[in-house]
Design a protein around this ligand. Structure first.
Ligand code: GLU
Length: 289
């Protein structure tokens, strides 16, 4: 029988809150109930937002909840050459193009267009740099900061129809809905999509247990798996924890961190038991997105 491997993959941009606790517990229990391994991966590729001081906090919070992870912690910031290698493979397949656009130029172009198609994450990139001619592209590549985008139509055509499983449900991937996603950012040699795909494979993750907010995004990960010849894990997207106003938990809206709960005397064993039973503290609810 295959060994089950799950992971918890927080970005160290703040202290963990109840939503993280819920996700970590589900991923942990999914593995432990099947005699499998539960891994911890720190998604710290964002040089502006990842803060080393939050790392200790994450480990402290998991310990407080009674969750033990297996093996070494994997830090994405230490794996940049691996993501570059995957990027080079996709470049060699002629599926990527450099994008010189700034956020404000993209926003202006979208605002000026009569029909700006929307994707699951907002308006689609209008394809400005995809249409650049070779001479201009080469000239600008030499001197201008650039991201790398996936030509999603060519990539999807090359891969053909793709499917993935959420629990027992088969889902047909429709990555085109996202437009030409960024696979390497101007300020980092990868993006979330590429790093998560490479690492789920490298860590031999068999079952990805994560929030429902990433359900649609899985189509992009499935496409990258097909292009890079990587295995497809099973996915289990869980409902999100919402606050009293129906919003996803966020520090900026005043969601208490697990550290705050601990400081106010919350018993972690009771909290973990409640979350495992699907009981959320007063004022919170869980909802599929
Ligand atoms: N790092 C992501 C987050 O904190 C999770 C990514 C994933 O589970 O695939 O939201």
């Amino acid at each position: 029988m295959r060994e089950v491997v799950t992971r918890f993959a927080p970005s160290p941009t703040g202290r963990l809150h109840l939503g993280h606790a819920y996700s970590a517990l589900l991923a942990h229990d999914f593995a432990r109930d099947r005699g499998g391994a539960f891994l911890l991966r720190i998604e710290d590729i964002d040089p502006k937002r990842a803060r080393p001081e939050h790392l200790d906090g994450i480990i402290e919070d998991l310990n407080w909840l009674g969750l033990e992870y297996d093996g070494e912690i994997l830090y994405q910031s230490e794996r940049l050459p691996l993501y570059s290698e995957a990027l080079e493979r996709l470049k060699a397949m002629d599926l990527l193009y450099p994008c010189f656009c700034t956020r404000s130029a993209i926003a202006a172009e979208i605002a000026a267009s009569a029909t700006a198609p929307q994707g699951p994450d907002g308006p689609l990139y209008p394809g400005t740099c995809r249409r650049l001619g070779d001479p201009e592209r080469s000239k600008r590549l030499a001197g201008e900061p650039h991201a790398w985008r996936l030509d999603i139509v060519s990539a999807s055509r090359l891969a053909g129809p793709l499917y993935w499983k959420d629990g027992d449900t088969e889902v047909q991937a429709e990555a085109e809905r996202f437009g030409d996603v960024v696979l390497a950012r101007k300020d980092a040699p990868t993006s979330y999509h590429l790093a998560v795909t490479v690492d789920d494979s490298a860590q031999r993750v068999t079952d990805v247990v994560r929030g429902r907010d990433l359900f649609a995004t899985t189509d992009v990960h499935r496409l990258l798996q097909a292009l890079l010849g990587l295995p497809t894990p099973h996915y289990h997207h869980h409902p999100l924890v919402l606050d009293g106003e129906g919003r996803r938990l966020a520090k900026r809206d005043g969601a208490p961190s697990l550290a705050d709960l601990r400081a106010s005397g919350v018993d972690p064993a009771a909290l973990a038991a409640d979350l495992r039973a699907g009981r959320l503290p007063a004022g919170y609810s869980a909802a599929a997105l």
